[in-house]
Design a protein around this ligand. Sequence first.
Ligand code: FEO
Ligand code: CA
Ligand code: CA
Ligand code: CA
Length: 654
Amino acid sequence: AHGNRSRPETLKFTAVAHSTAAEMSVADGYKAEMILPLGTPLMSGIEDWKDNREQSAESFDWRMGDNHDGMWFFGKTGNNYDVKASESGLLVMNHEYVNSAELSPFGYDVKKDSSAEPIFQEVRRATDVRREVNCHGVAVVEMKRRASGKGYEMVRDSKYNRRITSSTTSQLTGPVAGSDLVKTKFDPTGLKTRGINNNCGAGLSPWGTYLTTEENFLGVFARGKDASQLSAAQNYGRERYGAKEDHATWGYLWHTPKAADATMADEFARWNMTVAGKTAIDDYRNAFNTFGYITEIDPFDKNAMPQKRTALGRFAHENCAFAPVKQGRPVVFYMGDDSRGEYIYKFVSKAKWSKSDIGGGLKAGDKYMNEGTLYTAIFNEDGSGTWQPLVYGQNGLDNTNSVLPFNGQDDVLVFARAAADVLGATKMDRPEWVSVSPVTGEVYVTLTNNKNRGVDDDQPVSASNPRSYDVNGKAAGNDNGHIIRWAETNGDHAATSFEWDIYLFASPSDKSSENLSGLNANNDLSSPDGLFFDPRGVLWIQTDDGAYTDTTNCMLLAALPGKVNDGSVKTASTGQETRIGLAATDDNLKRFFVGPEGCEVTGITMTPDFKTLFINIQHPGNAWGAVKGGITPRSATVMITKNDGDVILAESFS
Ligand code: FEO
Ligand code: CA
Ligand code: CA
Ligand code: CA
């Protein structure tokens, strides 16, 4: 009875209390187990992780990487993707970034020489940079159900086990492929680049491939003072994506190891966008433009290159969620750009959906993701909204634009942020994960927080981003975040208009003036980030919080949301009115899990039988995840099952 795809009416588990403990806690009746921590060997012959942090850089081609993030469980039967299979599957997950100090005995040992141009210093060891490069990317791990029938174990030496890293050659596809903007010394034709990077949230495609996302790639690139050698578009584009002049002493400094020979020099130089040669194909000035894409991986095809789908735009991609597909209609993907004051986007394919493409792998991706229209969202004050197309030649996206002249669709996509600026897109409070309700078809996006809201002149409070904490009558930014949602006109995901409201305002429950959703100690939260509607329509919310961690560690909550405009109009302490959803109650929002101290809870997937939930723990504190007797904490996956073997939330159906 619990195996069906219905949604419970109310949440009946006992809420997990606030916790600042070193250990995680989960709702009564459930078990949470740590699996697949950083460094776990995926193949025999790779030595076990040791607390000395001296594993070779090369060995990480066959180990779990760092900072586990978005993931998806691909059920399989035999060698084929099977959306209904739960006995065996491929768990595919992102390794977003690295905690340098926890990967090497030397850590992030930056020896600064204030007398020299920082960019010419040797500040990182080659072996440490290589290890870090290999700890990024994606892991594909075959999992099989344990003999006990509950939970899963890794299949070591599986033919599917694979790592894709920031060194793996990747294909550029879509309108930017072959553009002058992506030609580098590595590939003068602009069709390939090396690596995928800072893979944050995840998505599934309707045809059964994995979509990984490139978010904070800014942190691994350096830039010197080279403005005069570049076009206005190139220079403005760099700045608009955060790479200011002299962006050489910030971030991971992967460009700095001393090169022993020319090949090695190239290995590190590729992280440096400073102009070094005569033309773009003599150096890596354009490497920066080859990152920041939705990237498609076929976990069932070990030899296929990751495909960077440039038609979906270049920005700090958080995740990628497809709308329910309809035969003969376009395929639609929703995406957020996670930076303060950035935008929400959707992509509408040119090709019309045919269910015969399920299992079609990267060929289906070529069909649906290389041609189509990218849109950005405007949230009007009256609750209406519009989608504006990022199309070269339309609405001022041409060479008459003085800030950044657009000369083709490649310019529009590589500098999508600048194009969306021209279109007047609404600046949001850091758009993180998107998920689409299988119950209502409405789209939800976490807006995690934004310390600039109401503080910076170009980010005033508005109905869609109404809060700026105001203890002493001063604008102080949105500390705790909210979740916005919308219904596309006539339920058509290809529509160019929508109606929106705020589903939920996150807030500590004791700050009554800003507790607009009526949260209590059983369901209060701060900084919503990971977001996932399970196939039954239960919404799972994860947090990445810094504002409420004196009271509780980051968490996972379960929610049963209603629909757009089911609530009322409320006024934030800024005086800004906004429409918000039904108040939270213990029946419709409840804390299910609290992570260990210092961590962020992110990434979530459920097996097709609803019996296992996988979530990820990033950057835990203390020695959580360390080997026995060790001191080094490790990011890891947490596998949650019900003690009686029933489906997750089974108690809520009785
Ligand atoms: Fe990787 Fe915006 O979180
Ligand atoms: Ca996130
Ligand atoms: Ca976050
Ligand atoms: Ca994170």
